[in-house]
Design a protein around this ligand. Structure first.
Ligand code: NAD
Length: 438
């Protein structure tokens, strides 16, 4: 394939070398003449393991050329990878000057192109940039239509500096955010041979997931480092602790707890987080990330409250009250906290939870509910139908197929459902069902 690569930093230079190695004809474009001269001389513009040898090898096979001329690079190739920098601006926003400026130039070049061109954005871009800013700029400058005369897509880059050639050859996956088949086919031809899944998604999801990956990596590092700081103060071996933590592939290093839903609660997580941060304070150890978890959880609860209040309705039915499906444990249940706040705002509540039998609640569980919802006896109903009959808004905190089926059967058009738990088979639910985050 004939490929142009815009921006020959870590991402662009490694892509250029690997694509030329794999037999493609590659034109490198950069505004930095020094980088172009190095590539022309068979040298690498970035310090990366294996790049010295690879650049020397591909320079010899005649498949690499360089230019500063955007127009010729677009006219002489069928697909372009855009890898220019997107650094932080002073206020923390993404500085898109390079990518937008380049889009203007590419747009002017596309005005002269007959064959449909594929533009692949590989720079990290805040969600909405490709379909908003870049599409508009390219269409305005070229007087051509995206999806007809040229095609845009977003393919996040996952290589890590220091091991970028190895990461290029063995990425965790290939993700392509695209709205048309043509760019997906072209990228299949370029990257389909790699030993990983090739996944097509929406452009915005692809843009967003790149941020999620980097944020998650930063979170993991910070978690390990904060844990180590506390371990050091306590005289515990942090390597041993984190090694043990990582050996749990059921709950720790797994998909568990990574599905968006409602706030956490229960008798363990909140109290253990409080104990951890208190312990750190007593040893003068700062754990800002751990300390931010409960406030963040509280913000999630606040979002649910605002969504319920925004309906403007006053008769609220709770399906579920315990801190998670399948238990009668009400201690620190976020649903109890939500119910308490709604009662405080003068709402009328009706509650059903198949696991919560007031007469059988014992010990700290009983004390907790008596303290937080002292009139719970008057609020609890014997079945879900009774709650549905008297409520204008249904707050669903129980994730079972019975709940979904009863909702589908008995829901009246004027009732609103706030689904906090991602009920199964969402597509089969009536459109009046809204989730906490969707
Ligand atoms: N470095 C990484 O490990 C990595 C990994 C994944 C994703 N990314 C993302 O990829 C993008 C590029 O990162 P990088 O580290 O390779 O950046 P970089 O700063 O090393 O290189 C960017 C290159 O773009 C060039 N450039 C700027 N304006 C240009 C223009 N108008 N036309 C042509 N070239 C132009 C610069 O001269 C420079 O050579 C960023 O969005 C980054 O967030 C980087």
């Amino acid at each position: 394939m004939k490929i142009s690569i815009f921006g020959l930093g870590y991402v662009g230079a490694v892509s250029l070398a690997c694509l030329a190695r794999d037999g493609h004809q590659v034109i490198g474009v950069d505004i930095d003449q020094a980088k172009l001269d190095l590539i022309l001389a068979g040298k690498t513009p970035v310090v990366e393991e294996g790049m010295v040898e690879l650049m020397a090898q591909v320079a010899g096979n005649g498949r690499v050329s360089v230019t500063t001329d955007v127009r010729s690079a677009i006219l002489d190739t069928e697909i372009s990878l855009v890898c220019v920098g997107t650094p932080s601006a002073a206020n923390g926003s993404q500085d898109q000057a390079a990518v937008v400026g380049l889009a203007r130039q590419i747009g002017r070049a596309l005005a002269h192109k007959i064959e449909p061109h594929v533009l692949v954005f590989r720079s990290t871009l805040v969600p909405g940039t490709v379909e908003g800013v870049l599409k508009t700029t390219l269409e305005a400058e070229s007087s051509r239509k995206e999806g007809v005369d040229f095609h845009l897509c977003f393919q996040p880059e996952f290589l890590r500096e220091g091991s970028s050639i190895r990461d290029y050859d063995k990425p965790p996956f290939t993700i392509v955010g695209a709205n048309h088949a043509l760019p997906v086919q072209r990228l299949q031809a370029l990257f389909g041979h790699l030993p990983c899944k090739f996944i097509q998604t929406s452009v915005r999801s692809a843009e967003m997931m790149k941020y999620c990956c980097n944020n998650f990596h930063a979170l993991k590092i910070t978690f390990a480092n904060e844990t180590a700081r506390l371990c050091e103060a306590l005289g515990v071996d942090p390597f041993e602790v984190m090694d043990l933590v990582c050996q749990d592939t059921q709950l720790n290093i797994s998909r568990a707890y990574l599905k968006p839903g409602f706030a956490f609660g229960g008798s363990c997580l909140p109290k253990d987080l409080r104990a951890t941060t208190h312990l750190a304070r007593t040893h003068d150890v700062e754990l800002p990330m751990h300390a931010a978890i409960l406030p963040s959880n509280q913000a999630h609860l606040g979002l649910a409250l605002r969504k319920i209040l925004a309906t403007g309705k006053r008769r609220i039915g709770f399906i579920g009250l315990s801190f998670k499906t399948g238990t009668d444990d009400l201690r620190e249940s976020p649903l109890v906290a939500l119910a308490e706040q709604l009662i405080g705002k003068g709402m009328q509540l009706a509650i059903y939870d198949p696991e919560v039998h007031l007469a059988q609640l014992l010990g700290s569980n009983r004390r907790y509910i008596e303290q937080h919802l002292p009139h719970i006896g008057q609020l609890v109903r014997g079945d879900m139908a009774a709650v549905m009959a008297e409520s204008e808004v249904l707050v669903v905190g129980l994730s079972t197929s019975e709940v979904a089926q009863t909702l589908a059967r008995l829901l009246r058009p004027e009732q609103t459902v706030i689904d906090l738990v991602n009920l199964p088979d969402r597509a089969a639910l009536p459109s009046t069902v809204q989730g906490i985050c969707w």
